[in-house]
Ligand binder design. Structure first.
Ligand SMILES: [Zn+2]
Length: 46
């Protein structure tokens, strides 16, 4: 699974990477940019 954002309508789309064709389900746009998952830094400060 990957989270992508449509360049056209700006919606966030969760796409299973097993599917080759990635397309925005909202507007049908083919160009989606991959969004990085939020990195939670959990090191201890002391
Ligand atoms: Zn779209």
């Amino acid at each position: 699974m990957g989270t992508y954002r449509c360049l056209k309508c700006g919606k966030t789309v969760s796409v299973d990477l097993r599917f080759e064709k990635v397309r925005c389900p909202f507007c049908g746009y083919k160009i989606l940019v991959k969004m990085r998952p939020p990195i939670i830094k959990s090191f201890k400060a002391r």
